[in-house]
Design a protein around this ligand. Structure first.
Ligand code: AHR
Length: 492
């Protein structure tokens, strides 16, 4: 067992943790939308308007604040008009990005907005720049948000939605440097400005426009965007999207459940790049935007392995272990710590794809270890992040593998502290001095397991949250985190 001293100073405020940092992403990819989220009204699986009831309940439990849709790469080949009106008349298309399957468009704008309504989350929609037109994007916004009499508002009413929806988050294209059009940053900036000019604010609705940002450490993309996004006097975007997947080797991704100690730490080292990566992009953004107008929107993040054996390679279906839980804890703690610039983050993806929080098979549903990490961290939403320091050791020489990762926030007189012990073999005893806050009581919960531990459809509760012992005396929190664990401390 290793002993660590920690220090939290509640008087030293880091920034506000937007709830949207705990966002999710749902794409027309594999079994994310169909089977995962949406089964249709005639399904024997319990549903509300075709949306799985068990998924709605699971989303509500962790208070999913925002959901990104319809892609991903799919967004730049999606034509929204194909997904409205009577389902039997909806146009079919080939999903060229993901397995070449036929998309019947039975899940479209109205169905997505219903998911948001039923779960209480905000919609975050990505418009089509790659194969779409300015007119098509402008009309989609009019369709969704205009309250008066107009061709698109009338069409929405004909389709059963009288009142417009509230839509805040809207992205102008996805990965325009890759599947969204293979553009240079200079070219995309021009396209962005043209498209964004026609993203209008109707009927009191105020859009938060997100421009396509860099892939991982493409700092030049950030530089060019930030240099050009300001039209004389005002910013043409409120957010810049960053995509960062934890993948140590693109040519040998390995499997979600089959790995050794070396692969475990290599992946964590990769996830630990989240903090420095955000800092490097923020530095560029700070130069052009010291007032912090443009938020960094990490709208795709997570692990990416080879698909589960025997499944469609285009469907990106993977299991999820305690190793993924560690990546989630490292990433979410990093977002909390950098919440001054990071305004939203969306794990890829919500159901049955990549680092999914939920897996489904027929009527069965499994909450993954990553889901439980979101549960442990939900107290941070809308809190004020505060200074949180911990002594540390680097577990693997040559890799960036601090044993502990942590963050702390305060909301309504309650402090939430989240700590992960990333060692797969050694416990961590922490002694945390809490200053600037009258810490009298603590309740703690923990997710722990052997690094390969995961939930299956036959054993869905192998990895679940338990209550844990912790105590506070004279403002000092004491607790022991077993190897490979994530803990939440709620302090009053
Ligand atoms: O999340 C899977 C894919 O990864 C998304 O469609 C794309 O934006 C990214 O490359």
């Amino acid at each position: 067992m290793k002993e660590f001293k920690m220090l939290i100073n509640a008087l030293d405020k880091v920034g506000h943790i937007n709830k949207e940092i705990y966002g999710n992403f749902s794409e027309h990819l594999g079994r994310c939308i169909y089977e995962g989220l949406y089964v249709g009204e005639d399904s024997p699986i319990e549903n509300i308007c075709g949306i799985r009831k068990d998924v709605i309940d699971a989303m509500k439990q962790i208070q999913v604040p925002v959901l990104r849709w319809p892609g991903g790469c799919f967004a730049d080949e999606y034509h929204w008009m194909d997904g409205i009106g009577p389902k039997e008349k909806r146009k079919r298309m080939v999903n060229t990005n993901w397995g070449g399957v036929v998309e019947d468009n039975s899940f479209g704008t109205h169905e997505f907005m219903k998911v948001c309504e039923l779960t209480g989350c905000e919609p975050y929609i990505t418009g089509n720049v790659g194969s779409g037109t300015v007119k098509e994007m402008a009309e989609w916004i009019e369709y969704m948000t205009f309250d008066g009499v107009s061709p698109m508002a009338e069409l929405r009413r004909q389709n059963g939605q009288d009142k417009p929806w509230k839509l805040k988050y809207f992205a102008v294209g996805n990965e325009s440097w890759g599947c969204g059009g293979n553009m240079s940053p200079e070219r995309y900036t021009q396209e962005y400005k043209k498209f964004a000019s026609f993203c209008k604010n109707y009927s009191g609705n105020q859009l938060y426009r997100v421009a396509c940002g860099p892939s991982s450490s493409d700092y030049n993309w950030t530089e060019v965007m930030m240099k050009n996004l300001k039209s004389p006097g005002y910013w043409m975007a409120e957010g810049l999207a960053l995509h960062f997947y934890s993948i140590p080797d693109w040519n040998a991704k390995g499997y979600a459940t089959e790995f050794g100690e070396e692969e475990y730490y290599k992946l964590l080292s990769c996830a630990n790049f989240t903090g420095p990566l955000i800092e490097a992009h923020s530095k560029i953004m700070d130069r052009y935007d010291p007032e912090n107008h443009v938020g960094l929107i990490v709208d795709e993040w997570g692990t990416w392995f080879e698909v589960e054996k025997g499944t469609n390679p285009g469907f990106l279906y993977q299991q999820n272990t305690m190793r993924d839980a560690m990546v989630a804890a490292i990433s979410l703690n990093a977002f909390n710590r950098h919440c001054r610039r990071v305004k939203m983050a969306n794990i890829a993806q919500m159901v049955n794809v990549l680092q999914a929080i939920i897996l489904t098979e027929g009527e069965k549903l499994v909450k993954t270890p990553t889901y439980h990490v979101f549960d442990l961290f939900k107290g941070h939403m809308e809190g004020e992040a505060v200074y949180c320091f911990s002594e540390n050791v680097n577990i693997r020489e040559g890799l960036d593998t601090p044993m502990l990762t942590s963050s702390a926030s305060v909301k309504d007189g309650v402090m939430t502290v989240t700590i992960a012990n990333t060692s797969h073999e050694e416990a961590a005893a922490i002694s945390c001095d809490i200053r600037g806050f009258d810490a009298k009581t603590v309740k703690a919960r923990i997710l722990a397991g052997e690094m390969h531990a995961h939930n299956t459809f036959d054993a869905p509760e192998t990895v679940v949250i338990h209550e844990m012992d912790a105590d506070i005396k004279d403002g000092v929190l004491n607790a022991t985190l077993p190897a490979c664990s994530v803990a939440e401390f709620v302090i009053k």
